[in-house]
Design a protein. Structure first.
Length: 444
């Protein structure tokens, strides 16, 4: 490997960017989101989801301006470095790293639990570790191969959600949405926020492959825009069609007195057709593709985020090298896999998801402040795309993300303590060991 000569290979077009953007997120449609119904009911989670959709629409188009103007692998880290300086740049980059490092273990565990049904003799943790190793190897092999694989499984996962909606919508009844719609009052809507975020978490990873995109100033816009619109449609379809079958309790609890399940789609189909029906078997089998799409896609984005940290000297320099043959950030990908496997052994997927949400919301806040700062600091910066209705659009994203961060901090005080402790420890390390002169040429 060489740190100076190899460069990330440009091979991604708008279709592959759409596949990555949707793929990063799509597992959130298949599992986990329905746990927010236990907190807020249909109305509570519904209201939270509406606000989160508004936030993501405003954020995505604002973030696209940054990605087109500064097409670098670090994403939010690079934007904050340039707009806000190295201290806030470091914190924004660490928040991004935490999001991308903590989301995959939760999905890997879900993949392990899913395949364990068919391979009961193989422990869940073993399956999850094998998944980590396989998809890390695929990402090391090449970004085009990784993105092509991602596009195929994403298309299958999207088709499966459309089949699910088609199978359940004929049985939709509006009364099922109204039943026990707000079981815990309006406080339940705030408690449901992390699960609403799970519908869209990690779409910002599209920006992290900007250096590997052909004509990024044009294609990032197409990829980001088409991905977020696809996801909003799928979110509304999945939410309404699954709850409309028999009410929210039917897709949270498999039976009276049972623990909350994170498999809403199979529960809805079992209620309509029974577990022996071909549609039930189809959704439960192909549902694995949705998990794989997000797991594999976030591994790809996480590798670029960690790589950029190493490249500018905020982390070990060896993380910032590119494989001379494959032109991929191999060291960063391997490092992330080691951290992810360690996180797997905690066995606390719900807590891992929430910590990832803390990182995401911090990233959104820092990024929107960076956009506002760069408009004032560098008005002459070439911006191939400018966010509509500036400054209202980024301010809306900033306000909703800030409220959401406060809300999940209040409802998850111990996890908030863990998250902010991670940031504080990392920042102290940064102030002691990272020297400013190394960074001057990398912030522009």
């Amino acid at each position: 490997m060489s740190q100076d000569t190899p460069k990330l290979k440009k091979s991604l077009g708008p279709l592959m960017l759409w596949g990555l953007g949707v793929g990063y997120v799509i597992s959130g449609m298949y599992f986990g989101w329905n746990l927010g119904l236990e907190k807020g009911g249909t109305l509570g989670l519904g209201v939270a989801t509406i606000f989160i959709i508004i936030m993501y629409l405003a954020f995505t188009f604002s973030y696209t301006e940054l990605a087109c103007a500064i097409p670098k692998a670090g994403g939010a880290f690079d934007y904050a470095m340039r707009g806000l300086g190295k201290d806030l740049g470091f914190l924004g980059g660490m928040a991004q790293n935490i999001e991308f490092l903590f989301a995959p273990p939760a999905i890997a565990f879900a993949i392990g639990a899913y395949l364990n049904i068919f391979l009961p003799s193989v422990p869940i943790i073993v399956i999850a570790i094998i998944a980590y190793i396989f998809f890390t190897a695929l990402n090391i092999y090449g970004v085009k191969a990784a993105a092509s694989f991602e596009l195929i499984i994403t298309i299958i996962a999207v088709a499966e959600l459309l089949i699910f909606a088609g199978a359940t919508m004929p049985s939709f009844e509006f009364a099922n949405l109204e039943h026990n719609a707000l079981p815990n009052g309006w406080s339940g809507a705030f408690a449901a926020i992390p699960f609403a975020i799970w519908f869209f978490l990690a779409i910002e990873g599209v920006a992290n492959v900007a250096e590997e995109t052909v004509n990024p100033q044009r294609n990032i816009l197409i990829g980001f825009g088409s991905a977020i619109l696809t996801l909003v449609i799928l979110c509304i379809l999945t939410f309404s069609s699954s709850i409309g079958v028999a009410g929210w309790e039917a897709i949270v609890y498999s039976g009276e007195g049972s623990e909350a399940s994170d498999s809403p789609l199979p529960l809805a189909l079992a209620r309509l057709y029974g577990e022996g029906h071909v549609l039930y078997k189809l959704v439960t089998s192909i549902g694995l593709f949705g998990l794989i799409a997000s797991f594999h896609g976030i591994i790809l984005a996480a590798g670029r985020s960690t790589f950029e940290f190493g490249r500018v000297g905020f982390g070990p320099k060896k993380l910032g090298v590119i494989h001379s043959k494959f032109k991929t950030p191999a060291n960063a990908l391997i490092f992330n896999t080691i951290i992810g496997i360690i996180a797997l052994f905690t066995g606390k997927t719900g807590e891992i998801i929430t910590i990832a949400c803390f990182g995401a919301l911090t990233l959104y806040i820092v990024s929107m402040i960076s956009l506002l700062a760069l408009r004032k600091k560098e008005p002459e910066l070439e911006r191939p795309f400018k966010v509509p209705f500036y400054p209202v659009t980024p301010i809306i994203a900033l306000i909703i993300a800030s409220v959401a961060l406060i809300a999940i901090t209040i409802y998850n005080p111990m996890l908030a303590l863990v998250y902010f402790a991670l940031l504080l420890i990392a920042y102290i390390w940064f102030k002691i060991f990272v020297k400013s002169p190394e960074l001057k040429n990398n912030s522009n």
